[in-house]
Design a binder for this molecule. Sequence first.
Ligand code: XLS
Ligand code: CA
Ligand code: CA
Length: 455
Amino acid sequence: MSDGFFKDVAQPISFGGLDSNDPLTYKVYEPDRLVLGKRMEEHLRIAVCMWHSFASPGEDMFGSGTFDRPWLGDGLDPIAAGRAKLDAAFEFVAKLGVPYFCFHDRDIAPEGRTFAETKARLEAMVDYAGEHMARTGVKLLWGTANLFGHPRYAAGAATNPDPEVFAYAAAQVKLVLEATQRLGGENYVLWGGREGYDTLLNTDLAREETQLARFLSLVAEHKHRIGFKGTLLIEPKPHEPTKHQYDHDAAIVHGFLVRHGLAGEFRLNIEANHATLSGHSFHHEIAYAVANDILGSIDANRGDYQNGWDTDQFPNSVDELALAMYEILRGGGLTTGGFNFDAKLRRQSLDRSDLFHGHIGGIDTLARALLAAAAIIEEGALERLRGERYAGWAGELGTSITSGRATLDELERKVATGAIDPKPVSGRQELLENVVNRQIWASGSRAGAGAAKIG
Ligand code: XLS
Ligand code: CA
Ligand code: CA
């Protein structure tokens, strides 16, 4: 027992292992355990998000808040309520024993009657968060501006038809980028909450793209002007709240960045549930980002197979996460990014301890997926078989094509003489799936499954 909002939970949550039947222990997550030469905590760089966990009362479209969040009550002094919220949040993160948190400006400080009042409130709460960070050692993974909640942003922020809204959003991002820098944040996220459209009938697509590019250029310029060392991240999402969002998926954002000369300035914050909403797997979105060297950070959660919206549930499938984790490890791992739990409790999860259970389960799932992915890398069969599949491209014919030496005339001549006569070969998908499952199933034991000889 201890003092505070979560007084029934002793701190910190420790590793209990699979034999522990205490639900308030980690079953797999051991921060100091070495995986491929790096501590588990350094691989995962876990963060708790302020919005779902502390700034939401648990409302849905059909009903009001159900959660026990006293600081969200009516008629409270915003600064006192904001302090109580941060007290509980930092108590939680410290007790969970993870290194980071993430926030939107509006999660910690409500908008005031004027811009000056909004700015003063934000600064007061940022200072207060800074005190908690110094006391607990909790760090900031990323900050972001909420450019979607206020009615002024109903038709978008950067892509709004009114340039005054663009200017307001720019002023807001400037404040939050500077606040993120002040708190030592390692990244800054831009999620285009309402950068998209509800109908094409009133939308000038070309103009809105130009506006969005200008906005992002201004953010990148300001980052350099103030000397912010963190990474700028764009978070793709295909729809919700708008019918179509411009930052649709990893490939579309990448194309946009390349078109506007911004590819070196931004990386991606990939969210699992947004990947599946866009019709891709989480695995695909990460593989795309790694292949194009734009992976930045991860929002960990999951959707629900039976509905088509953003349910933001805590991740619990090792099978799905192991492949995503495998791509991250193949790509060299996360640098300034981490795994932020952009996940929320179900509306009926009313106990204060439920927030611990959601995070503990999610963290253990990530840890187990990390072990499985590391085992797949160490075993090496997937990498070897993939390499063999493309081996021809290292030979004379392959290099003559990729270097640009071969012409269509030459290729036709070789085919016509019979020198080129390809035979189909197996893609061996089922064999590869079994290789993956073997390591997932074996990764619970410390020894793992060991290397396999697969010819
Ligand atoms: C909403 C997004 C949002 C971003 C940060 O769907 O996930 O929470 O992560 O603005
Ligand atoms: Ca997110
Ligand atoms: Ca989401």
